[in-house]
Unconditional design. Structure first.
Length: 320
């Protein structure tokens, strides 16, 4: 399929996990892709995979940086329009994967940086427009669960999580909207199942995702008359680097298998975690013309996790 030929797509947090797979997925279907994140190696791996999949180099723009850094959202939009994350290693790794998949280098734009770094959102848009002169889809994927080495219940952690997961996303969206209105494009925000079924150990993260759902619905209603759609995907537990760490320092695959054999099988009706491609399929669906009547939709892809009730003993004994 080639649903996004010559469309320009920005995917934040694309140096690993869902963001990386989604960037590769868009590229496979003909899009010109802007990848951004803090991990340069991951971005390079994404590009390598794209190129191995036959994506031309002029369809890739890689911008390293953090989306919450002052000035970065503006620069991100600027580069995107002119041409069409903070961890540099991850971006490099993403680029490498893209190249291994045959994606031509001219179809990838890699912008390294963190979305919360000053000036990075601006630089992201700037480079995108400079390279390709347009923007069709924005995928707001960059997010954190908690700040490193900080009390999870502290106000410092609250500020850190809300700044990256909400403020930076809103800023980048505001910078992208003028360009998306020109192309009658759309925004896909990556929320979470915890927006509906919270987890007490990651309260601030859950709060940001619930707020993101409301932001998505509000923007959907506000911009619908102008032809701009806003939707979000709410993934459940997915095989990403977030869930491939273990306190016993076992390898990533073993850590994931351990989690799936214990918590997942007890909590998720399908008894397994989602793959990043399964989540990406939902993102591409909402971004495509096939979903032209989807606006303000929160697409839950969770294997039934949000529908499962807590164990409470035998209930059938009380029913005639």
């Amino acid at each position: 399929m080639s649903r996004f030929v010559d469309k320009v797509v920005i995917v934040t947090g694309s140096s690993s996990g869902i963001g990386q797979e989604n960037a590769i997925h868009f590229a496979e279907e003909g899009a010109k892709v802007v990848i951004t994140g803090r991990n340069a190696e991951g971005l390079d791996r994404t590009i390598k995979i794209m190129q191995e999949k036959g994506v031309p180099a002029d369809r890739i723009l890689s911008i390293k940086g953090s989306i919450n850094e002052p000035g970065f959202p503006e620069e991100l939009i600027k580069q995107t329009i002119e041409k069409w994350g903070r961890n540099a290693e991850g971006l490099d790794r993403t680029i490498k994967i893209m190249q291994e998949k045959g994606v031509p280098a001219d179809r990838i734009l890699s912008i390294k940086g963190s979305i919360n770094e000053p000036g990075f959102p601006e630089e992201l848009i700037k480079q995108t427009i400079e390279k390709w002169g347009r923007l069709d889809v924005l995928v707001n994927n960059a997010a954190v669960i908690q700040a490193p080495a900080i009390d999870i219940n502290s106000i410092e952690n609250y500020d850190y999580v809300f700044n990256i997961n909400l403020r930076s996303l809103v800023l980048l969206s505001q910078l992208a909207i003028p360009h998306l209105l020109k192309t009658k494009g759309n925004v896909v925000n990556i929320s979470s199942v915890v927006a509906l079924k919270m987890h007490k150990d990651f309260l601030y993260y859950c709060m940001t995702k619930a707020a993101l759902d409301h932001y998505t619905k509000g923007c959907a209603a506000r911009y619908a008359p102008e032809g701009l759609r806003f939707n979000c995907v709410n993934p459940g537990y997915t095989r990403t680097p977030i869930f491939t760490r273990h306190e016993d320092n076992i390898d990533a695959e073993a850590a994931t298998d351990h989690m799936e054999a214990t918590f997942i099988r007890q909590s998720v009706p399908t008894k397994r975690m989602a793959t990043v491609r399964e989540i990406s399929e939902g993102i591409l669906f909402l971004a495509s013309p096939v979903a032209s009547y989807c606006n303000g939709t929160c697409l839950l892809i969770d294997g039934g996790y949000a529908s499962e009730t807590m164990p409470c003993g035998r209930f059938d004994v009380y029913v005639n």
